[in-house]
Every structure is written in structure tokens, then in C-alpha cells.
Design a protein around this ligand. Sequence first.
Ligand code: AMP
Ligand code: FES
Ligand code: ZN
Ligand code: ZN
Length: 312
Amino acid sequence: MRKKCVVCGREASIVIERARVGFCKEHFLEYYERMIKKTLKKSGFNGGKVMVAVSGGKDSMALMYALSNVKNELNIDLMALHIDLSIDNYSKESRNIFEKEIKKLNIDYIIVEARDYLGASIPEVVKLVRKPACSICGLVKRWIMNKIAYDMNYDYIATGHNLDDVSTYFLKAMFTYRDDDLLRGNEVISPPRPELKMVGRLRPQIFITEKENLFYCEVNEISYIDFECPLSKGALLKKYKTIWETALKLNPMSQYNFTRSILSIREKMHRDDIKLKPCKICGFPTTASNEICSFCKLKEKIKNSTIDREDR
Ligand code: AMP
Ligand code: FES
Ligand code: ZN
Ligand code: ZN
């Protein structure tokens, strides 16, 4: 028997397994935006200047739309940021989709190119450095997001990390004994620390699944990039994600409860602050003992490399 919408009794278009409820399209949209508001408010967010970082994928596209719909209720001054990573067609398509969709919303936006900050494109850097593409790309994106938002006086950067991402990140941290990764990051709100030139973080979707983000895009007819980044094929995190298929069959709440448990244990324990210092080159925070951040180290490596100067 098909499930009915828990609000109006019509046939459900989506079932949220972890809550064992169904929604029709209209009431799903209400539920989704209510979740975003509730998650932020419960974590102590009470408004500010928010720059939403939009990749062109379904998660951050859904986030941009939802934040735009709830911004007045949450007292948010909203702007969107897209970083063009110059990863072949993938980046071209992502940028086109972002440009097309942002025009439907009444919010300011900015598009920047990673190569202008780094001195080379992500595919060039990936060839140069022996590290997984996603980890290099991630550190570059984080530095650029923080720089732009800080320079433009924004309080927070909002990202589209969802429940599947965060739960798998924690799972991988446990399986690989990276206990520090369990203690920090990936919470709903990380407050701004202006004394360290560090913009705050908002992750309003960490209790929302990929499936719900996809459905939110479909119901609102929001386009998104539906092919994978060619550099992230075979990424370890994706392999770990498959573990949830088994766990969720056993218990549909497992992923949600697992993530909540880790966040709640964290709150109950005493955590020493990590020691952050300003990078000697860029002035943004770093944990490195030589006080040069990973972004500046990478830039230095590019400068001393044989990447064709004409291409920079
Ligand atoms: P990822 O690190 O690719 O899993 O992306 C995590 C989040 O970072 C996304 O949900 C976006 O909010 C943001 N993000 C990723 N790529 C970009 C990009 N090229 N431009 C702007 N924001 C991005
Ligand atoms: Fe960063 Fe693919 S988007 S490696
Ligand atoms: Zn309904
Ligand atoms: Zn630096």
C-alpha cells in the first residue's frame, strides 16, 4: 500500500524513511524549508550576512533556493558565490547552470575563478601534487570562500553538506582512526572568528538527505549538474557511502542517529581549542607549525613548477 501525505492525506510523492512519513509535493516543500529553519534556529543562529557557496550540484542549488525563500524569516542578508574550478566541461556546465538559476532569484552573486587566486587550474595542480584531487580542490575552495566572504564583510558561508556527506565523513574518520576529524567541523554552525580572519560556517542541510535535496530541486524545477566531477572518480568517501545502504535497511534511522550521536557526544565533552595562527603569507588562519597555510604552500609549489606560464 502506498503511503499518504501526513498533512493532507493525498497520495505521498516522497517518503522520508527515517521519520516514517510521506508528503505530497506541496507539503514536502513546507517540510523541507521548516527543517532548514529549525536546524539553524536550534543551533543558535539568529541572522546575519550569509554567503551561500553554490557548486551547481543538487545540494547547494537546493540550499540557495531554500535560503532565498526563508531569508526574511531568518533575518538573513543573502548572497551567492560560485567558484569556477576550470575542470573541463564539468566546470563550464556548473557555471552555466548557476548563472541560469541565480537569475531567477532576487539575490546578489559573485563568480570567481580559482586559477586567478592559485596561479593554475585545479587539473594542472592535481597533476603536480601527489594527493587526491578532492583534497587539493577542497583546500583551495575553503581558502577562496573564506577570503571572499571575509573581504566582503560576510559573517557566514553556507554550504550544501547533507546527511549522507556528514555521516560518511564521520564513519570514514572512525574506520581510519582519524579521531580529530570526529571532534571538529561538520556541525550546523561554526561561529565567525573575526580576530582570526575566519568567517563562520552554516551547514543547514546536515539532517537532510541527498534524496530530499534532489526532490526539492525536482519539485521546484531547479536545474543542477547531474554528472560527476571527472577528478573525483574513485574517491574513497564515495566508497564508504555505500555502507549506509546496508545500515539503512537494518534501521532507517541509523544514519540520522549516528550523526546526531557524534554531534551530541562532542557537545558533552571538553575539547581543547585548536591553535590557529595567522599565515605569514596570506594572513588567514592556519594550524601549521611553520605558520604557512596549505593554500600558500600550494601556491609556492605552483610558482616553482614547470606549469606553462602562458597557461596561468
Ligand atoms: P564538496 O566539497 O564538493 O563536497 O562541496 C561541499 C559544498 O561546498 C557544496 O555543497 C557547496 O556548498 C560548496 N562548493 C563546492 N564546490 C563549489 C564551487 N565550485 N563553488 C562554490 N561552492 C562550492
Ligand atoms: Fe573538486 Fe572535483 S569538484 S575535485
Ligand atoms: Zn499534502
Ligand atoms: Zn596562507
